[in-house]
Ligand binder design. Structure first.
Ligand SMILES: [Zn+2]
Ligand SMILES: [Zn+2]
Length: 306
């Protein structure tokens, strides 16, 4: 397998002089098998450039595309209307997400292309869209890939994906906070609430399930939006720090961690510091820590992580 990062930011795009090297586009990762099968994980603004590449590769012919959404916050869907293969008649686009009903997902994606927001409504787009609800605990297969959805701790919920293919595996864990307060069913401005015994059990179960899914994964891409001092101010925003991601990887025996979903405020110079600090910190405990940047492409497999 090969993964390529087309957008590595969280929250909103930040093009500009301070983000030239790591990139300013929001969440989008391409996962490709040796046989050429492809899944797209998240549809942030990075998806536009990926779409242009895929359309070129297809030579203007229709194709079948699979898009796994972690959740439908703006930074994970905003590239979808600008995905150029959608404008090639005969193309099919299957969108997978954690929502209560597939028709609700249809309404959400249809909603962002309503005529007030976008010149072409979803029903007029030449590609045919179909929507699939994913459920943590219910695996499914897309071409050469076995996909395992994983519940995460984020305002209104989010889902991570473990993707196995070609005898290797990658996990996409975004967006998520650590598992010490309930976020998946509350608005992020309401802040921390006292935990009931049931909440504590649910959080522990969610963390344990994530750890179990991460065990044996070759490369883990993790939401590391915040630095520790930022996290201390905004623990209820639904994001993690590189330290928290390292702790999860250490517990799961993961050997390679990719920092991802960088805060939009982090400049290239700050990101260089983050990359160097956590590379050194990971090396002490036997974990290779890479910091994602736009255009980064990585082979995935036991031999690649050595
Ligand atoms: Zn996000
Ligand atoms: Zn989010």
């Amino acid at each position: 397998m090969q993964i390529t990062f087309w957008g590595v930011r969280g929250s909103y795009p930040v093009p500009g002089a301070a983000t030239v090297r790591y990139g300013g586009q929001t969440s989008c990762v391409e996962v490709r098998s040796a046989s050429g099968d492809c899944v797209i994980v998240d549809a942030g603004t990075g998806m536009r450039q990926l779409g242009n590449k895929l359309a070129r590769e297809a030579g203007g012919q229709p194709g079948l595309y699979h898009v796994l959404l972690s959740h439908v916050h703006w930074d994970h869907i905003q590239g979808l209307p600008f995905f150029s293969p959608a404008y090639i008649p005969g193309t099919r686009i299957s969108v997978y997400a954690l929502l209560t009903a597939a028709n609700e997902l249809d309404q959400v994606i249809g909603g962002i292309t309503r005529h007030e927001f976008f010149p072409m409504p979803l029903e007029a787009v030449p590609a045919q869209f179909d929507f699939h609800q994913v459920e943590p605990g219910v695996d499914f297969v897309i071409g050469a890939f076995h996909v395992t959805p994983i519940a995460l701790n984020h305002p209104f919920g989010s889902v991570g994906y473990r993707i196995d293919g070609d005898g290797s595996s990658v996990a996409y864990v975004a967006d998520t906070a650590p598992f010490d307060q309930v976020l998946h069913k509350q608005h992020f401005l309401s802040g921390p609430e006292p935990l009931s015994e049931d909440d504590k059990l649910a959080l522990t179960a969610m963390r344990d399930a994530l750890l179990a899914r991460l065990r044996g994964v070759d490369t883990v891409i993790y939401d590391t939006h915040f630095l520790p001092e930022e996290y201390a101010r905004f623990p209820h925003y639904g994001h993690s720090t590189p330290d928290q991601a390292l702790e999860m990887c250490a517990q799961a025996g993961v050997k390679r961690l990719v920092l991802y979903h960088h805060a939009p405020s982090h400049t290239d110079d700050q990101m260089d510091q983050v990359a160097a600090n956590y590379l050194a910190m990971g090396a002490k405990i036997g974990i290779e820590v890479l910091t994602s940047f736009e255009g980064m492409s990585l082979p995935i497999g036991p031999e690649a992580a050595r």
